[in-house]
Structures are given as C-alpha cells and as structure tokens.
Design a protein around this ligand. Structure first.
Ligand code: ADP
Ligand code: ADP
Ligand code: MG
Length: 463
C-alpha cells in the first residue's frame, strides 16, 4: 500500500483525498499556494509545503515544484484530484520517471483519451457509438465548413483538449460558422494552450448520462452505474443525480457495457468516467468523452453503491486488484448533488468570490457536505468558484428531492452571492420533479426561475 501521498490539488477535493488517506493510514503531504496558506487541507495534512504564488501556473500547475516536494518529503504516491494536472499525460509520465506513483491511469492512456477528437476514432473502432462529426480535427474554417456540410447543421464546434464546458460553440448555419470557429479556437487557446478543434452534430435536447468505471492493472474493468448530469448552465454541470431516472434496465446494461468497452479501448487503469449523450428519444446514446480522473460528482455514485471511490483509486494505484466484480455492484436508493458556487445567476453566473462572514451546513440522516469552507475563510478569486457540494441519499428520488430542499433551507452562507436559491427553485420545478430535464432545461427556464427569486427577495425587502 502507498505510505505517503502528495495531494497535488486544493479545495474540497484535496480535503476529500486527505480524508480517504487518513482512514487508510496513509500519510499526506499538502501543497499550497500563497493564497491558500489558511486552507483546511493544509491544516489537516501530515505535512504541508508552500509551492509558490497564487497564480495556478506558478503553484498548482508547477510540475517541477510538485515533484521536488514529493521527493523531498518522501512521498511514494501523488494524487492529482480533478482539474489542474489531473489529465496531463506528461505529468503522469514525469511522476513515473521519478518513481512516484501517479494515482490515475498511465500517461499513454491519458494521451489516448485526452484528445477528444482522437478518442472518438478509438471508440468507433471499439464499437462504442459516437455522434456524427468530423473524422479527426478541423484545422481551418474551410475544413470545418466542409465537415459541417457533411454532418448537417446545427453542429457543435469543440476543442479537442476541452474541459469544464470551455472551447465549445454551437453553430446553426454556414454564415455563423467562421465567427463561432474563431471564438471557440481562441477560448481553447486561452484555457488549454491547445486550440485544435473538431466538430460534432448537435444532439437536440439530450441528456448527459455518464458511467463511473473502475479498472485495475490486471485487466479487470467494472462500472458502478450511471449519473445524470443534465442540469447544466453553459455546458457546465450544476446538479447531478444517480441513478439516472430515464434509463431502462436494458439501456443501463447496454450503456454500462459500452463504458467498459471504452475503458478497455484506452487500456484504462484506476477510476474514470465515460460520458454519453442520450438522445431525446431516450434510446440512442453516443460517446462524448472520457474523463481520466476522479470526477466532481463522484459522491452520488458513492452514496448509491457504498463504494469509496478515492479509496479504490488508492488501492488500485498501490497495485491491488479490484475487490469486487460487476455482480457485486448494487445501486441502492437515489442520490442528488447540488454544487454551490460563488456566482451570481442573475449576472450570467459571473463568479463573485469573497470572505465567508457566516456559514452553516445542513446535517442529519442521509446528508453529506463536501467543502473546505469554514467561518471567516476566504474563497480565493484565483481558482474555481465552487464553494461546497451538498449531497443527499434517500430510498426514492422524490424523498431525495425533499431532503435536498430541506438541506437548502438549513444551509446558510453569507459573504458573497451563490446559486443556492436558484438550485432550490429548480427542486420545485415540475420538469425537474418529473425527471424530465435535458441539458437545455436550465438555459430555457432560467428567466422564470430567476424571476421567482427576484419576486421573493423583493417581498422579503417589503416585509
Ligand atoms: P466533472 O466532469 O468532474 O464534473 P468539470 O468538467 O466540471 O468536471 O471540471 C472539473 C474541474 O476541472 C473544474 O474545476 C474544471 O474547471 C476543471 N477542468 C476540467 N477539465 C479541465 C481541463 N482540461 N483543463 C483544466 N481544467 C479542467
Ligand atoms: P467538457 O470536456 O467541457 O466537459 P463535453 O464534451 O463533455 O465537454 O461536453 C460538455 C457538455 O456540452 C455536455 O455535457 C453536453 O451538455 C454538451 N454537448 C457536448 N457535445 C454535444 C453534442 N454533440 N450535442 C449536444 N450537446 C453536446
Ligand atoms: Mg464533459
């Protein structure tokens, strides 16, 4: 088993990894930027080392600094969390060269899955359905126009290196394509330092359904069921649940098998996620991408399977074989997650971090809160604006919805605006309650959901 793990991340996921390590008697080394000196994971780790200034490029993305600290502090493993270097193939290789176990797949696997356009080709060859699209990258506007003509509008222009909903633009016809192409390319360059583009046919009103997979180095691959992440704003997830309500047992089996084939196609090892789009007809599904890391929303899967995914990651990285097979995986009850972000939904979800002046988290049976916030701490403007993840688990979906409403009523965070009230309204929206949300739901209903918010705060002002 790994003995000492460097946690190459920050925020709630650093804390999540730290908790798993402590429960497994693995020592932890936290690294932090100058902006994070007071962070919770820094205080709780066995040892903590400052690795540079606030800017991520100077700290959490500084590969040399991370490897130097890992070696100097005697770490035998490194957990990358999500974001930052978690899907950086060169970094995974560098860890391996230095004799430090990267808690994730090999650099080769990350490379295969990491180019979203190349991954599509691998998946097609493995018999996993993909959306119609450009076969490979589109390097010029002319190539994009030709590919779009072939697959038919509307199309989605996507960055091969994309993530977090960035580098994606919808395009409804040839007139709009040159501008959309330039915009998406520029955003990809700025966000990922790589502006390779490809395109896919836009699936109208789809659901985002993803499967959690686990694979060990002995060729055992299983899936831990699905998550529905269709409640999104601007292609970014806001609320997730498991299991997806719209899947029949047959479709769940078929998609689960496709997810396992996808993982095998890239020689997967460790925990990963295969993302699919499910057509409006609820029958056809298409591979979208594979995320080669722990996912933000992994907790909903943990709640319905009883499997600790970070623990599994650490076991697999230590060279152990899976301690369960597909038939051991049972999905029990229903889990929901709300991401609480420091952002203003009424101002186009603009991030607005600040100091927490008052904080109270909900509790009680079936409630889990993953957050590194505490009273008086500051949510830094340098990083992701996610402040907390509220999770609930209940026997049925409706009970889970009721529990989450109750949690949001208890939850209090003062100091900056959040999306908590918006999420609360979503939990009362008939489409959500019915289980009918597609990825178009939030954008289409936002004015109505926000208007309710506005009227509520006005009436509170009058009272
Ligand atoms: P998930 O699919 O786990 O829900 P998201 O797409 O919301 O993940 O991204 C999780 C975190 O990782 C976010 O902080 C996001 O900004 C970041 N992220 C995702 N992909 C990339 C990438 N390719 N490069 C940098 N950061 C990324
Ligand atoms: P990222 O790496 O940024 O997570 P994804 O490829 O996973 O990018 O896509 C992000 C979101 O964009 C999806 O969850 C979905 O809502 C939407 N999307 C992506 N591809 C398509 C498509 N072909 N048709 C319709 N929506 C899509
Ligand atoms: Mg995605």
């Amino acid at each position: 088993m790994l003995k000492r793990v460097l946690i190459a991340n920050r925020g709630e996921i650093a804390l999540r990894v730290l908790r798993a390590c402590r429960e497994m008697d693995i020592e932890t080394v936290a690294v932090y930027s100058e902006a994070d000196a007071e962070a919770l994971h820094v205080q709780l780790a066995t040892q903590s080392v400052c690795i540079g200034p606030a800017r991520a490029a100077d700290s959490y993305l500084n590969q040399d600094a991370l490897l130097t600290v890992a070696k100097a502090t005697g770490c035998d493993g490194l957990h990358p969390g999500y974001g930052f270097l978690s899907e950086n193939a060169d970094f995974a290789d560098a860890c391996a060269r230095e004799g430090i176990t990267f808690v994730g797949p090999s650099g080769d696997t990350i490379r295969k899955a990491g180019s979203k356009s190349a991954a599509r080709e691998l998946m097609k060859a493995a018999g996993v359905p993909v959306t119609p699209g450009s076969d490979g990258p589109v390097d010029t506007v002319e190539a994009a126009l030709a590919a779009a003509e072939r697959v038919g509008y509307p199309v989605l222009l996507k960055a091969s290196a994309g993530g977090g909903g960035r580098g994606i633009r919808r395009c409804d016809g040839p007139e709009a394509l040159p501008a959309a192409y330039a915009e998406a390319k520029a955003e990809a360059k700025a966000c990922f330092g790589d502006d390779e583009m490809y395109l896919e046919k836009l699936v109208l009103r789809p659901r985002h359904i993803e499967f959690q997979v686990l694979a060990d180095r002995f060729g055992n691959v299983i899936h831990l069921g699905d998550r529905d992440c269709s409640v999104q704003r601007r292609n970014q997830k806001l609320m997730e649940e498991a299991p997806a309500r719209c899947l029949t047992p047959e479709l769940r089996t078929a998609m689960g098998q496709a997810a396992v084939r996808a993982a095998r196609a890239v020689g997967y090892e460790n925990a990963g996620t295969v993302e699919f789009l499910l057509d409006a007809d609820g029958e056809h599904f298409y591979f979208m991408e594979m995320n080669t890391r722990i996912q933000v929303e992994h907790g909903v899967t943990e709640l319905i399977t009883g499997v600790d995914l970070v623990r599994q990651q650490l076991r697999i990285a230590s060279g152990l074989s899976l301690d369960m097979t597909q038939v051991d995986v049972h999905l029990e009850g229903h889990a929901l997650e709300c991401r609480i972000n420091a952002e203003d939904p009424a101002k186009n979800f603009q991030p607005c971090p600040g100091q927490v002046s008052f904080l109270h988290f909900p509790g009680g049976a079936g409630v889990r809160v993953d957050s590194c916030l505490y009273n008086g701490c500051t949510l830094s403007p340098y990083y992701d604006s996610m402040a907390a993840k509220l999770l609930v688990h209940a026997p049925t979906r409706l009970e889970a919805i009721r529990k989450m409403r109750r949690c949001l009523e208890e939850f209090a965070l003062e100091g900056f605006p959040t999306n908590a009230e918006l999420s609360y309204q979503i939990l009362y929206h008939p489409t959500f309650v019915r289980g009918g949300c597609t990825t178009a739901f939030l954008d289409e209903n936002l004015p109505q959901l926000l208007d309710f918010n506005r009227r509520l705060s006005e009436s509170e002002g009058e009272a």
